[in-house]
Design a protein around this ligand. Sequence first.
Ligand code: DHB
Ligand code: FE
Length: 317
Amino acid sequence: MARIIAGVGSSHVPAIGAALDNGKTEEPYWKRVFSGFEKSKQWMAQAKPDVAIVVYNDHASAFSVEMIPTFALGCAAEFPPADEGWGPRPVPVVKGHPALAAHIAQSVILDEFDLTIVNKMEVDHGLTVPMNLLFGQPKDAWPCPVIPLAVNVVMYPPPTGHRCYMLGKAIRKAVESYPEDLNVVIFGTGGLSHQISGPRAGLINSKWDKSFLDNLTRDPKKLTRIPHIEYMREAGAEGIEMVMWLIMRGALDDKVDEVYRFYTVPASNTAVGHIILENRRKAAGKSRSAGKARAAGKSRQAAARKSTQRIASKGTR
Ligand code: DHB
Ligand code: FE
């Protein structure tokens, strides 16, 4: 049986990708951001998922305003990086997992979530930046196949937080009914608070962001009741990206272990948030590393929290 071993939340700021691609990671501004993901890369290297499901939003790269699916599941064998105006990012082509993706599509659609099935799609910074933050910068290939799930948060009306959370639960059920023994990590990307244009451009609300992260771990159901207008008012127009984190959270156990958190302000226009949540149940049978990673994660937890606080207090408004 396949199972979801952990969820990762991460901002996907495009300038982070540009900093990586242009060799700026050692500049103090960017070092502050990248240092918050060092432990995460170690965690991921130990967890060694067989597949990653990456919930992200397309920023008018694969879908134009002519057609915007609410939930689009990538079922293709590969997803090339999109040209977002400066040529495609120099990152490996993302390899898919068509068999598991087709299984998820069937299970979730028969569970009455009307996904769009996508058999050809390019992926933008929404997906590739969190991949870099967690998997580093591999030259030739990403370490595991990826199933992209693109969510509309760019044109009104995006799905509600509750719908996203319930979709996460349906995805979990789908994964757990897949016969192969696979360890799956699910990503929720985007956010945290940011507004890119208009009179409130530059808006950051650290208090609201941190409360969102607290509740993501402890009381996600509370977050499912947040209306769109509250995301807009408190976290800025683009803060609505945070509903995607609820798909990731819905796919996890009710009670999870928060093994890592990082928060810093700003990167580009955005408050950068990052969290790693582990399911308490054991990873899939063969599970050479995930259980160990979990134990290691736990023992690292206190140290990670301390360093997170230290890093966060430097960069937080
Ligand atoms: C920025 C952040 C985003 O999430 C995005 O998709 C585009 C731009 C920014 O901070 O500039
Ligand atoms: Fe975005």
